[in-house]
Design a protein around this ligand. Sequence first.
Ligand SMILES: [Zn+2]
Length: 179
Amino acid sequence: MAIRPLVILPDAQLRLVSKPVEVVTPEIKALVEDMFETMYDAPGIGLAAIQIGEPVRVVTIDLAKRDVKEGEEPEPRRPQVFINPEVTWTSEEHSVYEEGCLSIPEYYEEVERPAQVKVRYMDLDGKTQEIEADGLLATCLQHEIDHLNGVLFIDYLSRLKRERVTKKFAKAAKRERAA
Ligand SMILES: [Zn+2]
């Protein structure tokens, strides 16, 4: 297990279409462990494998509330793994959430998406499962599945906003290379 470096905007890897997982091998299980470790360390609530540079269709999510006020107990961890996840149904109803992304650190904007989705996926035992999700899980699943297709949440913003944030991160990457 290891905390892996995150792939940050404007890295071109974020635009790759990830490949389906054929079989859940020990390598995939090890990747899932690294993803959780990296996600918890960040901390974040969702991660797609490409965000640590692995172009395979694997998503980890944990929506347990850990960041609580003094005197409150953090919720126990609720790790969820989705392999080859696919949206099979979306509701007519939409909802708006302020989204962020570990690959676009400290940038948050409201995004409108279907409020409920059905997602079919493979679990760690290689079994096909389907869940119906709403609320934060529905948004998070759609955000992470987008990553598998090279889509980022900033793609839903106005062109002006998207160009502004992309430029900002391109400049920061240039500064880092120069340092
Ligand atoms: Zn993201």
